[in-house]
Design a protein around this ligand. Structure first.
Ligand SMILES: Cc1cc2nc3c(=O)[nH]c(=O)nc-3n(C[C@H](O)[C@H](O)[C@H](O)COP(=O)(O)OP(=O)(O)OC[C@H]3O[C@@H](n4cnc5c(N)ncnc54)[C@H](O)[C@@H]3O)c2cc1C
Length: 394
């Protein structure tokens, strides 16, 4: 398949597989080059050990949920350690040094590698943007975007998160602080709401004692067991896993079109260009490096889509010395994080939520939010290593 695809997409993260599925459905032949490994694909049974396995995969039958389950653990460091973690942005061969990123100022540049990209690790939060931001010079309006939101929300799918103890506590704090429920996907005023998450609704048999937790974890639906950030492996098959990272949602859909092939362990190092008859620079292919053998190869295509993430896409643009584009380096937003941690005695919790504990690890990692258009948002988040319950103190 690799021989002269119509389109090369760089990066199999949140964006790349979505574009691949849409193009594949139009009959356009696509090759995705992904720098990281592929977990949950029979062609790479041990993705962090090179044994001369295949170069690429295009058959949805290669996808294997049982294998993914074996490769993903609930241990934070196994998956997310910034040097050795399976999901960290770096070589699949973890004996090699990490791909160095120099930051001019203190901060954390957190992006993952592998088929699924940063969605392997993300929490599934899928809120729409605040509409008025689009009046500030974006090349697309909010109204134009809505049909695309609707399509992606239906495909993933996106649902409002179920309310467990910690969300109930968050909502209590928000209500006491004078906010009300924002029962909408299109937020225009301050208010709290369950997170719209790309996570399947809870398994209907979750409280049925006739089923063991092990049996339930092989069925369709969220188990409310937390650990969304470690790559949720619960579901009957890879494409039915509860957290809808792109490796379990858009990647299988793209492969099912029969027109999309994905090549992991392939780091794009240069966009190849030529001048057309009008003297305009045009992309004609990609130079990439095999991250195991370090062999360098050039692959031609009629178009190239750069979906390598907010840092790597501009870096690749600049390294390739492509013509000046005023959008390179613009539009980047960061997360300025501040955390509030609350301690509650049992009696207070009993009065508020009817339970002596907030059960921070039950439910979605991030299942509640309060939006304040113009200021930002507060969300309830639980990590394996940090327990955070963000509340408004009235
Ligand atoms: C801890 C955490 C939690 C998050 N939670 C949420 C959330 O709940 N909701 C939300 O909307 N967002 C969340 N995000 C952010 C979200 O995951 C990213 O905004 C999104 O994944 C970006 O999509 P992308 O396709 O641009 O890049 P990525 O998803 O990062 O994908 C880029 C891919 O390109 C590959 N790549 C990079 N360079 C090259 C190269 N040169 N050649 C080939 N491949 C390359 C990478 O390996 C990667 O797989 C979270 C992020 C983090 C770190």
């Amino acid at each position: 398949m690799t021989v002269n695809p119509d389109v090369i997409i760089i990066g199999a993260g949140a964006g790349g597989p979505v574009i691949a599925k849409e193009l594949g459905e139009m009959g356009i032949r696509v090759l995705i080059l992904e720098a990281g490994a592929w977990y949950g694909n029979k062609k790479w049974p041990e993705p962090n050990q090179n044994r001369g396995w295949a170069r690429e995969s295009s058959d949805p039958k290669d996808l294997d949920g049982t294998l993914f389950r074996k490769q993903v653990t609930r241990r934070e460091n196994d998956m997310n350690d910034v040097v050795t973690g399976k999901f960290c942005f770096g070589p699949a061969d973890r004996r090699r040094s990490p791909w160095y990123r120099k930051l001019p100022n203190p901060g954390l540049l957190w992006a993952n590698g592998g088929v699924g990209g940063t969605t392997l690790h993300y929490w599934g939060n899928s809120p729409r943007a605040i509409s008025y931001r689009f009046d500030e010079g974006w090349p697309i309006s909010y109204d134009e975007l809505i049909p695309y939101y609707e399509k992606v929300e239906a495909t993933l799918p996106v649902e409002f998160a179920p309310v467990t103890s910690k969300e109930a506590l968050f909502f209590y704090g928000a209500k006491e602080a004078g906010f009300s429920l924002n029962d909408t996907l299109d937020v225009t005023s301050p208010g709290y709401r369950p997170q719209p998450n790309a996570i399947l609704p809870p398994n209907e048999r979750l409280m049925d004692e006739n089923y063991s937790l092990e049996e339930i974890s092989h069925m369709e639906g969220c188990t409310l067991s937390g650990h969304c950030e470690n790559g949720c492996p619960y579901g009957p098959s890879l494409d039915k896993m509860a957290k809808r990272a792109t490796n379990v949602s858009y990647v299988p859909l793209a492969m099912k079109t029969g027109n999309v092939s994905i090549r992991p362990n392939s780091f794009a190092i240069k966009i190849l260009t030529e001048l057309d008859e009008n003297g305009h620079e045009r992309a004609v292919g990609v130079q990439c490096r095999d991250t195991w053998t370090r062999e360098i190869e050039e692959i031609n295509a009629k178009a190239v889509v750069m979906a390598a993430g907010p840092m790597e896409t501009p870096r690749l643009w600049l390294n390739s010395e492509l013509s000046h584009n005023p959008w390179v380096g613009r539009g980047l937003t960061n997360h300025h994080l501040e955390t509030v941690t609350g301690h509650f005695d049992e009696k207070t919790l009993m009065d508020i939520i009817g339970s002596p504990t907030a059960d921070p690890f039950v439910g979605h990692t991030s299942g509640a939010r309060l939006d304040y258009p113009g200021l930002g948002m507060i969300s309830k988040e639980t990590w394996n290593v940090i327990e955070e319950v963000l509340v408004f103190l009235s």
